[in-house]
Ligand binder design. Structure first.
Ligand code: C5P
Length: 234
């Protein structure tokens, strides 16, 4: 099977309070989107014939895409994303229709995750190589978890964290299964905050591959300094 890369980059990043979406902020002299794509560069290596192409989903009125290194790469194409992250990923999958086979692999990686370590990517690729469905990088939950009523402050219970994971990206699924699952979940109006949740709702069991907790998603301003520190230690 061949390997395709999808980068959802159509978000507005409102929690950043910045003039431009977070994936277009600068970090260590590069745009975050470029760092995220280049963190997948093991798939881009010239001796890796498996990588078939990379699709980046951007918003309809995006003036920043043309400033990226990625937009100059002839193996990268852009498509218009959608309202939610899942709509953007589905738009990219639709663009692969007719090119990708049902058993081809699709790796989805957030444009806002510049700190993916190459060891994690390699472990994901190796551990899922023969899997029928696919899976995701995830990190064990380390904090103690409390549950309240929606919007409430009274602690109702402490949730057992021993079986809980934080879902990260990349997430890696068979093209046919992922496209079908995302379409059905979105049509049914189910909440889809990552690829795995759609695949679960379709009745499959995505496989968890333990990843480093420092593969953070840039969300709030303080994450920029944290990401800078993480990258300085790679
Ligand atoms: O908003 P959040 O941090 O969950 O976004 C995760 C990733 O999904 C980001 O890279 C963002 O650009 C992307 N996204 C998208 N289309 C949307 C919303 C978010 O591609 N409608």
């Amino acid at each position: 099977p061949r390997l395709w890369l999808i980068i959802p980059a159509a978000g507005a990043g409102k929690r950043m309070n910045s003039a431009r979406p977070k994936q277009y902020l600068s970090l260590r002299g590069s745009l975050i989107l470029d760092l995220a794509i280049e963190s997948m560069s093991d798939c881009f290596a010239s001796d890796n014939t498996a990588l078939a192409g990379c699709i980046v989903a951007i918003s309809v009125d995006d003036p920043w895409w043309c400033d990226t290194r990625a937009s100059q790469n002839d193996r990268v194409t852009s498509v218009t994303g959608g309202q939610e992250r899942a709509d953007s990923v589905l738009a990219a999958l639709d663009a692969l229709d007719g090119q990708a086979g049902p058993d081809d692999w699709v790796l989805v990686h957030d444009a806002a995750r510049p700190c993916l370590h190459p060891d994690d990517l390699n472990r994901l690729l190796t551990e899922l190589k023969d899997h029928q469905v696919g899976g995701l990088l995830a990190a064990p939950v380390t904090d103690t978890l409390k549950k309240t009523a929606a919007g409430g402050q009274d602690v109702l219970e402490t949730v057992d964290r021993s079986q809980l994971w934080r879902a990260l990206t990349p997430q890696m699924f068979r093209f046919g299964i992922l496209r079908c699952a995302l379409k059905s979940a979105l049509a049914a109006g189910l909440p889809v905050t990552d690829e795995a949740s759609a695949v679960e709702q379709a009745g499959y069991f995505p496989c968890i591959v333990e990843g480093r907790p420092d593969n953070i998603k840039i969300t709030v301003p303080a994450d920029l300094a944290l990401a800078d520190f993480v990258l300085s230690r790679f």
